[in-house]
Design a protein around this ligand. Structure first.
Ligand SMILES: Nc1ncnc2c1ncn2[C@@H]1O[C@H](COP(=O)(O)OP(=O)(O)OP(=O)(O)O)[C@@H](O)[C@H]1O
Ligand SMILES: O=P(O)(O)OC[C@H]1O[C@](O)(CO)[C@@H](O)[C@@H]1O
Ligand SMILES: [Mg+2]
Length: 538
């Protein structure tokens, strides 16, 4: 257990309120349906710690929360030739990362997350670690880099030699044998797309997975996957804790849709946007060469239009970008068809980029029976690109004096089944390192990711509570509208609704301000006392 003194930076505003005891904030997770009876730990609680000026640390669980007798050891990195010379290589116990960096004079300091990185003390000896890595959900550029860096990082930094790959996603825990992973076996895989381990949707059976973790003696489990996978990871962590297992459960968030909340950006996203440029370029060339040429490009983005938005901004050849967050309509004044006609008259050609989740309600109108789900429970989307192309063709068929040439390009899997680019490779390396440093330090039940540019440990509930979406009342979307000069299609009601969402507040923004250091919410003891009692991990 680390015992450094807590130093709290002075609050940015004068605190006028007297110190006072704060309300206790505890939230139980829902019990897992299929599981063996609880043996040791209580249901998980949110770990909130208050500080000056409305500061709140949303901490992640630690193995000693339910195994208080666990031994700790000096971090072997302190003797590592590469790291021993680095001053302040270890993250200080009180370093945290602010969720919000744009603040006002009178803002409360708000939510913070524990800063990621190696700690002075670890809770695993190198030869004791049995690590497992699994990749779940759709594939994404960079998965192999994360696998490689987890294996090489554990091996090279901590001397871990027992690392196992779970093949074929969650169901691989109980339906497949494991593969041994070594620095040699993963060398070079970062140059390939996809995942060495394979992936899948569905098959998430928490009890069976934790049985497999227990039987195989895994004590660090790294789960690389999107929002669904992180929900699965949360229930695995809860069950591991209920059974009192010394096993760190760590999520590495993945999805090219960039729909993971809290973190700045998900890995593979940049690579996908880059790959999308080639499809847009092709659509542009085709459109320029045809008579009243229209190029329609459909890009991934189930519920979030980030890929379409960024690809549009990057390309500058796009005349209209349609995303799930911004409803549109075809017919009548201000509608898409009117705009297409105008743009063709003005420029002679145009390019439309549509995210796969855009306009699903419009497409579904003609097919009320089309309501199917994939093995993970995600709605199977209707092909908006094809539908849109048909609607445009139908419209111009009625205008024989206005012939058009329309080319529909659907590069769906071509933007995600590619190797990660250089910046995503560096990003994946940092994610993997943050993940394994956290596990070695005994943290568990968390995802890793950059928050305002600094890597942090984020509790699962924060990652899974909502999806990251394009805010259509934000300046980024305005930049897109400005670059394409497309209609915004929105009614005043739409804007008001979106505005309200934007104004969402942090749950504890109105906590009373506390003077004089950190205080665990709901407890009168100062945090130093808690640490002496063995339940603080600052
Ligand atoms: N609510 C949930 N609780 C437990 N497990 C879940 C949940 N949702 C999804 N899973 C499991 O997580 C795995 C991946 O889920 P899903 O197919 O939704 O992909 P994802 O992780 O969201 O990634 P992406 O959306 O980027 O493809 C699946 O095995 C699925 O069964
Ligand atoms: O066809 P699959 O493999 O289910 O994947 C498609 C989905 O995966 C995603 O890329 C998310 O990983 C979505 O954008 C898309 O809808
Ligand atoms: Mg998902």
């Amino acid at each position: 257990m680390e015992t450094a003194t807590v130093v709290v930076a002075p609050a940015p505003v004068a605190i006028t309120q007297p110190p006072q005891q704060l309300m206790e904030l505890k939230f139980s997770f829902a019990p897992v349906a299929k599981s063996s009876p609880a043996t040791k730990a209580e249901p998980d609680k949110k770990k909130l710690t208050g500080g000056c000026g409305g500061y709140v640390l949303e901490d992640v669980p630690h193995l000693t929360d339910y195994l208080p007798e666990l031994k700790s050891y000096p971090n072997p990195l302190q003797d590592h030739p590469a790291y021993s010379v680095v001053k302040q290589y270890f993250v200080k116990p009180d370093e945290t990362v602010a969720k919000k960096v744009v603040v006002h004079k009178s803002s409360a300091r708000g939510t913070h997350f524990r800063r990621a990185g190696p700690r002075r003390r670890v809770y695993f000896q190198s030869d004791e670690v049995r690590a497992a890595i699994v990749t779940c959900g759709g594939i994404c550029p960079g998965l192999n880099t994360v696998i490689r860096e987890l294996v090489c990082g554990l091996h090279d930094m901590y001397g871990v030699t027992s690392i196992h790959g779970i093949e074929g996603g969650y169901k691989g825990f109980y339906a497949r044998n494991t593969v041994e992973l070594t620095p040699r076996s993963v060398n070079g895989i970062h140059k390939r797309g996809g995942t060495l381990l394979g992936s899948s949707r569905g098959g998430q059976d928490t009890a069976k997975i934790v049985d497999s973790i227990q039987d195989r003696g895994f004590n660090q489990v790294y789960i690389v996957g999107g929002d669904g996978s992180q929900k699965g990871a949360a229930s695995i962590h809860e069950e591991v804790q209920r059974r009192g297992l010394k096993c760190a459960v760590v999520g590495v968030p993945k999805t090219i849709d960039n729909d993971i909340a809290v973190i700045d950006k998900s890995f593979g996203f940049d690579t996908a946007v880059e790959a999308a440029q080639r499809a847009i370029d092709a659509a542009h060339v085709e459109a320029e060469c045809g008579e009243n040429g229209i190029g329609v490009v459909k890009l991934m983005g189930r519920n979030s239009g980030f890929i379409a938005m960024h690809a549009t901004l990057a390309s500058r050849d796009v005349d209209c970008c349609l995303i799930p967050e911004s409803p549109f309509y075809l017919e009548g004044k201000g509608g898409l068809l009117e705009f297409v006609e105008k743009r063709l008259r003005d420029n002679g050609h145009m390019v439309i980029v549509v995210a796969e989740g855009a306009g699903q309600d419009l497409v579904a109108k003609g097919m009320p029976f089309a309501n199917t789900h994939d093995a993970s429970g995600n709605k199977v989307l209707l092909d908006v690109g094809l539908w849109l192309s048909q609607q445009i063709k139908e419209h111009f068929k009625k205008k024989p004096r206005f012939p058009i040439t329309l080319k529909y390009i659907d590069p769906t899997y071509m933007i995600r089944a590619v190797p990660s680019n250089a910046s995503d490779n560096v990003y994946c390396t940092l994610l993997a390192h943050s993940a394994l440093h956290g596990a070695m330090a005994g943290y568990t039940g968390f995802s890793v990711g950059p928050v305002n540019g600094r890597h942090a440990y984020i509790p699962f509930y924060r990652i899974t509570e909502k999806q990251n979406k394009v805010s259509i009342t934000d300046r980024m979307w305005a930049r897109v509208l400005c670059s394409t000069n497309q209609p915004c299609f929105l009614t005043e009601e739409d804007v008001e609704g979106a505005g309200l969402e934007l104004e969402e507040e942090e749950p504890h923004m109105h906590m009373p301000l506390v003077e004089g250091g950190m205080q665990r919410l709901g407890q009168e003891q100062p945090v130093d006392v808690q640490r002496a009692n063995g339940n603080g991990h600052l």
